[in-house]
Design a protein around this ligand. Structure first.
Ligand code: AMP
Ligand code: MG
Length: 479
């Protein structure tokens, strides 16, 4: 059965976070369009979402090369210990052998002469191509060079090595192929390296650079309009009137959005007035891919937002069994459809609760997953028990299981997100502690937060020492 986010029953009963996410996911799927793409220089690509399939044009590494400084040789041409030359003064058989050095292969200056023959070796540096006839590298620390001028430890590499001899210690331990990186061992020519939807992390741009790509196709960033609402809400820099409060939410939301590579339309503060709210929303819907407001969705004000939205779209007011952040408005604003097919004519709207912690927590649970979906991101397949690729929940912050470092209390009928810090206890275990007072207006509780501690519905008390799930906020998150 397909769920409609506008089903009136959702306004009456409490929705769990997971239910809300799955209804939200279905609604967004209906307006989902592949974002338009553009080509950018690789240096501009970090933080963007890849819009093309990348097939490797070459082997990486391009040639078989040395992973160590030393000598290259053919392992099969080495004598084993029994037949090794007696080298000690007392004439004992030892684990040594001697080869003649016919030249050098340096990084960036490969050997172009003849192939190595049995009994021969070649000086080689890390990253230099293996000469023909060689399959193995013996590291510098096992070598001693003997030139016609006398003997010496082979530390520094010399320009002309022909005629030198090298003594290798520990011959029997040498394995064929050791200290050698095979051509294509990282990436084989013609293989698929990345798919559209890949978030371009530092590692991803490094891999693209290793293929020699100077530019890539990425999706255009989404544009999101942000408003604060409330007659008491005052812009920082202005004098705070009696009964006023400075506008924290617009700044935390804009920062959260920018962190995701979103282009932000900061549209300021709206007074609690139906006409101005509906005019602003109608305008924002023509300019943005999503509209987010904070405040004005709690009981008492709900009708006001609902009527403002009724004029420009469809709205659902949800009561979600979570704290902080119980009321949440979700809707679709009508927009003038663009000439191309990149717009569905509907712009998702989130009305987040006004309390500053609730604003951030509801953003992380619902808006962030929605943005990741709409921005065209695809998650790399991850084998995880119970993981479902279809729900928006996959885009929430990553979850870790930790140990509660203190007793945590909650109301049993809802999930609580306490702001947490990860510390070592006196037994050296990683435990999670709350960041002090947890009211939904206490934004400083977010300041120290590395994670959100999930105290699940149905659990009123979580005792110190018990396992607990946390949402990690560190990676591409908010700390
Ligand atoms: P509301 O959801 O509008 O009922 O607001 C709930 C609480 O959050 C009230 O105490 C508001 O004053 C406060 N609040 C609303 N918007 C903001 C904002 N942008 N920055 C800081 N506090 C806010
Ligand atoms: Mg308000």
């Amino acid at each position: 059965m397909s769920l409609s986010c506008f089903d009136p029953r959702f306004g009456e009963r409490m929705l769990s976070v997971d239910e809300a996410l799955s209804v939200l996911g279905e609604s967004l799927a209906g307006v989902m369009r592949t974002p338009r793409s553009e080509r950018v220089a690789l240096a501009q690509a970090p933080g963007r979402v890849l819009a093309e399939t990348v097939i490797s044009p070459l082997d990486v590494p391009a040639q078989t090369n040395a992973a160590m400084d030393g000598i290259a040789l053919a392992q099969a041409s080495l004598p084993d210990a029994e037949s090794g030359e007696p080298l000690s003064d007392r004439g004992e058989l030892s684990d040594h052998c001697q080869l003649s050095v016919i030249g050098s292969s340096l990084a960036g200056h490969p050997w172009t002469g003849r192939a190595l023959a049995a009994g021969e070796a070649m000086r080689i540096t890390t990253g230099a191509a293996l000469p023909a006839g060689a399959d193995t590298v013996v590291m510098q620390e096992q070598l001693e060079y003997r030139s016609t001028q006398g003997e010496g430890q082979g530390e520094g590499l010399i320009e002309s090595d022909a005629g030198e001899r090298v003594v290798i210690e520990g011959v029997t331990s040498i394995r064929r192929g050791q200290n050698v990186r095979q051509a294509g061992e990282d990436i084989a020519r013609g293989s698929q390296v990345m798919a559209p939807g890949q978030w371009l992390t530092p590692a991803a741009v490094g891999v693209l650079a290793s293929l020699g790509l100077a530019e890539v196709a990425v999706y255009r960033p989404l544009t999101v309009a942000v408003f604060s609402t409330g007659d008491e809400v005052t812009a920082p820099g202005e004098t705070l009137p009696a009964g006023g409060i400075y506008d924290a939410n617009r700044f935390s939301l804009v920062a959260l959005l920018r962190d995701q590579g979103i282009e932000v339309l900061d549209l300021g503060i709206l007074s609690d007035d139906e006409a101005s709210v509906s005019a602003a929303l109608r305008d924002a819907a023509t300019r943005a891919d999503m509209v987010i407001t904070s405040g004005g969705v709690s009981v008492g004000e709900a009708d006001h937002v609902r009527s403002a939205l009724a004029a420009c779209g469809e709205l659902a007011l949800w009561r979600i069994a979570m704290r902080p952040g119980r009321p949440l408005a979700f809707g679709m604003l009508r927009a003038t459809p663009a000439a191309d097919a990149s717009s569905s004519g509907q712009v998702p709207f989130f009305g987040l609760p006004g309390n500053p912690v609730a604003t951030m927590v509801t953003f992380l649970q619902f808006v962030l997953p929605a943005l990741r979906l709409l921005s065209g991101q695809q998650r790399l397949a991850k084998a995880e028990a119970g993981a479902s690729a279809t729900t928006l929940a996959q885009w929430q912050a990553p979850r870790l299981q930790l140990i509660a470092g203190e007793t945590l209390r909650s109301r049993a009928e809802r999930i609580d997100y306490h702001r947490g810090q990860i510390v070592l206890d006196d037994q050296g275990r990683q435990v999670v502690m709350t960041t002090g007072r947890q009211g939904s207006g206490i934004l400083t509780s977010m300041l120290l937060a590395e994670c959100l501690i999930e105290i699940p519905a149905g659990c009123a008390t979580l005792h110190a020492g018990e396992p607990v799930m946390v949402q990690w906020l560190g990676s591409r998150g908010i700390v």
